[in-house]
Design a protein around this ligand. Structure first.
Ligand SMILES: NC(=O)c1ccc[n+]([C@@H]2O[C@H](COP(=O)([O-])OP(=O)(O)OC[C@H]3O[C@@H](n4cnc5c(N)ncnc54)[C@H](O)[C@@H]3O)[C@@H](O)[C@H]2O)c1
Ligand SMILES: [Zn+2]
Ligand SMILES: [Zn+2]
Length: 364
């Protein structure tokens, strides 16, 4: 089969590799119908993720069709369409029993395209299938559910739920990349009073308005803290979600929060950040952190089925799966291409328009 293989920093190929096969009784094999690329894949390609060794197939977000099941798998059968979660769950360890699949001690957690072969391929081996895949309800296209593999649960669980957004709250979202935009989209489920999106790129802020932000601030040329204070009678935001992952944006989130408010950090940080406890201690501020668990996939899926949530807005570009190499170029050049999520469609991709239209820009 063909697959996108990591060959060490800066090097990738769309290579011929052996077809995957069942290894453990809890495995299934799926044909990958629709997949996408994540900012994390770009981090791996830069060499920032040393656990990912050259030769690994990348990718951790996909929709596929079950081809073969291991001896102990009971919840899916060949022919079923399934969503693969970016996080696998052994279902047996202490953390899996608490719904903290991201912290799995039994060989799960974030493994796809990280410590085992991923899903940017024609076929994939999926471990712990009974606990880690979700059957796709009749009538939904692949693209409607694809973003439940990673970005929607991430922003919902680590941002919206940890931040305890309540109706009427002023919610500040720092960063308007896919994660910040997914935070804007899922924050709206709680009817906030106002959503304020903050980013350095005007193009990203335009995106934030399309996703439902009420106010946008370019903190490259505006004073974000002053503007949030102005909007909130000098108090600050009720909830601030950090969706970038650099020291400045975490500090910004803690500066624009009101006393008694919640700062929920979503960004992955590679550098030490200063926590200004000398200013924060007296303000009753709650700070949370987290890695996505994807326990919310069934809940978010029901919202999509009922027409209450529509993540298809994230699909800015579509490519044939065979053209994954060009899709990487477009995704990596987001500043010029305007890419949010690039959708890769295999021959079995269900329901999405433009199959085979290489590099087609998705209809708005
Ligand atoms: N916690 C988790 O489980 C989890 C899961 C997935 C991703 N993440 C993390 O979420 C973060 C966001 O992901 P993404 O895919 O949206 O990233 P992205 O790089 O596509 O978007 C980041 C956005 O932040 C903006 N930005 C950069 N510096 C800024 C600054 N100083 N002030 C304001 N805006 C600034 C950029 O213009 C960009 O729009 C990353 O750190 C990613 O690793 C966390
Ligand atoms: Zn990801
Ligand atoms: Zn586990």
């Amino acid at each position: 089969m063909k697959a996108l293989v990591y060959h060490g920093p800066g090097e990738r190929g769309w290579d011929d590799v052996p077809d995957p096969s069942i290894f453990d009784a809890t495995d299934i094999i799926v044909r990958v119908d629709t997949t996408t690329i994540c900012g994390t894949d770009l981090h791996i390609l830069k060499g920032d993720v040393p656990e990912t060794t050259p030769g690994t197939i990348l990718g951790h977000e996909a929709v596929g069709t079950v081809q073969e099941i291991g001896a102990s798998v009971t919840s899916v059968a060949p022919g079923d369409r399934v969503l693969l979660s970016c996080v696998s769950s052994c279902g047996r360890c202490r953390y899996c029993k608490e719904g903290r699949y991201g912290q799995c001690l039994g060989g799960g957690g974030w493994i796809f395209g990280h410590t085992i072969d991923g899903v940017q391929a024609e076929y994939a081996r999926v471990p712990f299938a009974d606990n880690s895949v979700y059957k796709i309800p009749e009538g939904l296209s692949d693209e409607q559910v694809l973003f439940l593999a990673d970005i929607l649960p991430t922003s919902y669980e680590v941002g919206v739920l940890n931040g305890m957004i309540r109706p009427g709250d002023v919610v500040a979202v720092v960063g308007s990349g896919p994660i910040g935009l997914a935070a804007v989209l899922t924050a709206r489920l709680y009817t906030p009073g106002q959503i304020v999106a903050i980013d350095l790129a005007d193009s990203r802020l335009e995106g934030a308005r399309r996703f439902g932000a009420d106010v946008t601030i370019n903190n490259g040329n505006e004073d974000a803290v002053a503007k949030v204070m102005e909007l909130t009678d000098g108090l600050g935001a009720d909830v601030a979600l950090e969706a970038v992952g650099v020291p400045q944006t975490f500090e910004l989130a803690t500066e624009l929060i009101r006393p008694g408010g919640h700062v929920a950090n979503i960004g992955v940080h590679g550098h030490a950040v200063t926590l200004h406890l000398e200013k924060l201690w007296i303000r009753d501020v709650t700070i949370t952190t987290g890695l996505v668990d994807t326990f919310s996939i069934p809940q978010l899926l029901r919202l999509i089925v009922n027409g209450r949530l529509d993540p298809s807005l994230f699909a800015t570009h579509r490519f044939a799966l065979d053209d994954t190499m060009s899709a990487y170029d477009t995704f990596a050049d987001a500043a010029n291409s305007g890419a949010l999520k690039v959708v890769l469609q295999g021959p079995g991709s269900v329901g999405a328009p433009d199959v085979g239209l290489t590099g087609a820009k998705a209809a708005a």
